[in-house]
Design a protein around this ligand. Structure first.
Ligand code: ZN
Length: 113
């Protein structure tokens, strides 16, 4: 379950960045082709963030598609999965570009009053 180690490194990075201030919200970009399950990230996040400045923070996950081009009709295709085929019915596509990222897009830190 590699989501767990991913979440650990995300929580560690965000904790360091927040410098001990409570974190309200984290936005992650997750590539649709990255084989990372959003549900597993959410589940691990709740467990891993407990007792850290990220406890109770909202984890927002933005799915990012990959891109490919159909070799039969030349259409550009947004891939939500590696099993996607072109609208023309062809599965003969160029190797996918992108869609494999996992990165922290932004985080919201609680302002000190
Ligand atoms: Zn096509």
């Amino acid at each position: 379950m590699h989501e767990l180690s991913l979440v650990r490194s995300i929580v560690q990075t965000c904790s360091e960045y927040a410098g001990g201030a409570p974190v309200r919200r984290i936005t992650l970009e997750v590539g649709a082709l990255s084989c990372v399950m959003a549900e597993a990230l959410q589940f691990c996040f709740a467990a891993v963030s407990d007792g850290t400045p990220l406890a109770g923070a909202e984890l927002e996950i933005l799915r990012r598609p990959g891109y490919s081009r159909c070799r039969d009709c030349g259409a550009d295709i947004e891939l939500q999965s590696l099993l996607d085929v072109c609208a023309c019915g062809s599965a003969n596509m160029s190797p996918p570009q992108g869609g494999d990222q996992l990165r922290i897009q932004s985080m919201e830190i609680e302002e000190a009053l």
